[in-house]
Design a protein around this ligand. Structure first.
Ligand SMILES: [Fe+2]
Ligand SMILES: [Fe+2]
Length: 274
């Protein structure tokens, strides 16, 4: 993969241009209820970005000036994705409204996670490799999820909005992936990164959103032949990273939680808070 040009990225980084969207046309087209439910999930994940970053701010990831510069722009862009999806849902007659999750005080599981992240990063200088790998997987999954939503929801204004968001997501993916590619060349870093991904990875929003919502979304976007192919492509791309040739990600997760139907209605698995 070619080098990531951080200077160009920073110069172009900015808030999504919401004035370019035909908001008044949103109610003119049908929006499937499945798409509404999926968008609510995605909106929550996008606006959760700042909480995720708070855990990372205590880590060595920020010692790297390039990563720090990227993260500042990244957070800004993700925040506007959340706002854009919020506005779309309101325009479609499904306003998000206040969320039950308290934003002032984090749930204990998240505070523990933040503590573990900080501890791990102090103990191990290669933490940034894990962070970049994790970021690459999540950005690619998000990008692919939006692309699938365009195809299955078939709402012209939503498609236009998602195409614009996807431009940001693909740049995010490119940064993380390129960083991961470089940092995983150290065999020690690759080994630990792989171990942590194998042990802890779940699709974006795992642990923050109810499991049944995640399963619903995964079924809506990634089942069927085309959905499966999209999930497989995510996995194949990540397998090209050093040390990740045999990693099992989205497709394996689908096999475990969605395809057999157990997870789709909430089912037996319940919520897994990391
Ligand atoms: Fe985003
Ligand atoms: Fe992103």
């Amino acid at each position: 993969m070619p080098a990531f040009d951080l200077e160009t990225y920073v110069a172009r980084s900015g808030a999504l241009d919401l004035s370019a969207i035909a908001w008044a046309d949103v109610p003119r087209y049908a929006l499937p209820p499945e798409a509404v439910r999926t968008l609510r999930y995605m909106q929550d994940v996008e606006s959760h970005t700042i909480v995720y970053l708070r855990a990372l701010l205590a880590t060595r990831a920020i010692d790297d000036p390039e990563v720090a510069t990227f993260l500042a722009c990244w957070l800004y862009e993700e925040t506007f994705h959340g706002l854009a999806l919020d506005r779309f849902l309101a325009a479609a007659g499904h306003p998000v409204g206040p969320r039950p999750r308290p934003h002032g005080r984090e749930p204990l599981s998240q505070r523990l996670e933040a503590g573990a992240t900080a501890m791990l990063s102090r103990a191990w200088p290669d933490f940034c490799a894990v962070h970049m790998t994790w970021g690459a997987i999540n950005e690619l999954t998000t990008l692919t999820g939006y692309r699938r939503l365009v195809t299955v929801a078939r709402h012209p204004v939503l498609s236009d909005l998602l195409e614009r968001i996807m431009l940001d997501e693909s740049r995010h993916f490119f940064f993380y992936y390129r960083q991961a590619e470089i940092r995983l060349q150290r065999p020690g870093a690759a080994r630990v990164a792989r171990l942590l991904v194998d042990r802890f990875w779940g699709p974006v929003g795992t642990g923050v959103q109810p499991r049944e919502e995640l399963c619903f979304l995964a079924h809506y976007l990634f089942s069927g032949e085309e959905g499966r192919a999209a999930a497989r492509k995510v996995d194949e791309t990540i397998r090209r990273l050093p040390g990740f040739a045999t990693v099992r990600l989205l497709e394996a997760w689908m096999d475990r939680f969605v395809t057999n139907g157990i997870g789709v209605n909430g089912g037996r698995h319940g919520h897994r808070n990391h």
